[in-house]
Design a protein around this ligand. Structure first.
Ligand SMILES: *Cc1c(COP(=O)(O)O)cnc(C)c1O
Length: 379
């Protein structure tokens, strides 16, 4: 039997080793060093955001955004239930109530047509999640937010290098959150970034990220001593982690092209099965440029998905499913509520299986995976 095909391999760029060694030799391993600066500037240039702050995770970037948006106990936050727990956690920590709205079955994103009905006097924010790096319908979402005076915080954990009508994901709402976890397209082990659209929020963001101090201003030489000026926490990563990430950002286009080629190959190979009505493939709406964060298929139902994953595993191919919709989880029931009917969230989540996708996966392996899937469907 051929070698096992892993579901994920963390991205790595060769220069990382030199950069990390440089941090260690120079004894510059704490936060906000040279590599943190290089990464933030790279992200600012690539996305066009006013400001990017590197953080210890996307979860922390979202927490920082919740603090900046001044989310208070009892505030309601509209989000999908088909997402990772962090999307809700960041707001639950502030005492807010996640209000889950159904998703669209084509993109698995928040259904923009169901948002407005969930808005109440207590609604403060909308948190669209760009699933698989494919954009939510942001024009409609921003229009609803404007009309009701709501903050928009984009969970763009999976969305770096993707865009919506020419705008980088994470730059459209007031705040955008990226993840550099090892399962994402670019990684620093654990890490993330907060993108800030408006200059007016930058100073406070720097303060909250630095334990409520004005240390960032001090480092820039704008003041001669720093002090405690607001509440805050510690959201800055070690420069060693940033060094690991920067090596990948330098070859970001190469990584992106390589992932997109794998994604296209999966699509082309599996299209006949979709045409034959055996399974469904991802949908990329017009105006969305994606980053091949993920390749998934949808089986007929939960039973078929279990058999599908088991069958692939038996052939040495690791595929996985996610997420258990948050409103059905113990904490989701305790802290949040689902508004309207769950027409697609649960049903579609039970059909979805993710296939191996990482920088370095080989085209022959994609072919092998697709042949195995065809065999599962008796083709
Ligand atoms: C990965 C992910 C997160 C969390 O990212 P961390 O960097 O691990 O905190 C949040 N939301 C979504 C949609 C994700 O995929």
């Amino acid at each position: 039997m051929s070698e096992m095909i892993k579901f994920n391999v963390p991205p790595y760029a060769e220069k990382a080793m030199d950069y990390i060694v440089e941090c260690v030799k120079n004894q510059k391993i704490c936060g906000d060093g040279a590599y943190t600066k290089k990464c933030s500037e790279w992200i600012e240039k690539q996305t066009g955001t006013a400001k990017c702050l590197l953080t210890t995770s996307c979860t922390h970037a979202t927490e920082l955004a919740a603090l900046l948006a001044d989310i208070k106990p009892g505030d309601e936050i509209i989000m999908p239930a088909y997402t990772f727990v962090s999307t809700a956690d960041a707001f639950v920590l502030r005492g807010a109530v996640p209000v889950f709205v159904d998703i669209r079955p084509d993109t698995m994103n928040l259904d923009e047509k169901r948002i407005e009905d969930a808005v109440t006097e207590r609604t403060r924010a909308i948190v669209p999640v760009h699933y698989a790096g494919i954009a939510c319908e942001m024009d409609a979402i921003m229009e609803i937010a404007d009309r009701h005076g709501l903050v928009v915080i984009e969970d763009a954990a999976q969305g770096i290098m993707s865009s919506y009508k020419g705008k980088a994901l994470g730059t459209i709402g007031d705040f955008g959150c990226f993840s550099f976890h090892e399962t994402k397209n670019y990684s620093m082990g654990e890490g993330g970034a907060l993108l800030i659209r408006d200059q007016k929020n930058v100073e406070n963001a720097e303060i909250i990220r630095e334990k409520g101090t004005n240390r960032s201003k001090f480092f820039r030489g704008q003041i001669d001593k720093y002090t405690w000026v607001n509440y805050g926490s510690s959201y800055l990563p070690s420069d060693m982690n940033a060094a690991y990430l920067y090596a990948q950002l330098e070859i970001a286009d190469q990584i992106n092209r390589s992932r997109l080629a794998l994604w296209d190959r999966y699509y082309k190979n599996l299209e006949p099965l979709q045409k034959a009505g055996k399974l469904e493939l991802p949908v990329v709406p017009e105006g969305c440029v994606h980053n091949a964060h993920m390749f998934y298929v949808k089986t007929a139902d939960l039973k078929e998905r279990t058999d599908f994953i088991d069958y692939l595993k038996g052939k040495g191919i690791m595929s996985v499913f996610h997420y258990i919709p948050l409103h059905t989880a113990p904490a989701g029931k305790r802290f949040g509520r689902f508004h309207g009917e769950d027409r697609y969230t649960t049903k579609e989540s039970e059909r979805l299986a993710r296939l191996p996708m990482y920088y370095g996966l080989k085209e022959e392996q994609v072919d092998q995976i697709c042949e195995t899937i065809a065999a599962f469907y008796g083709e």
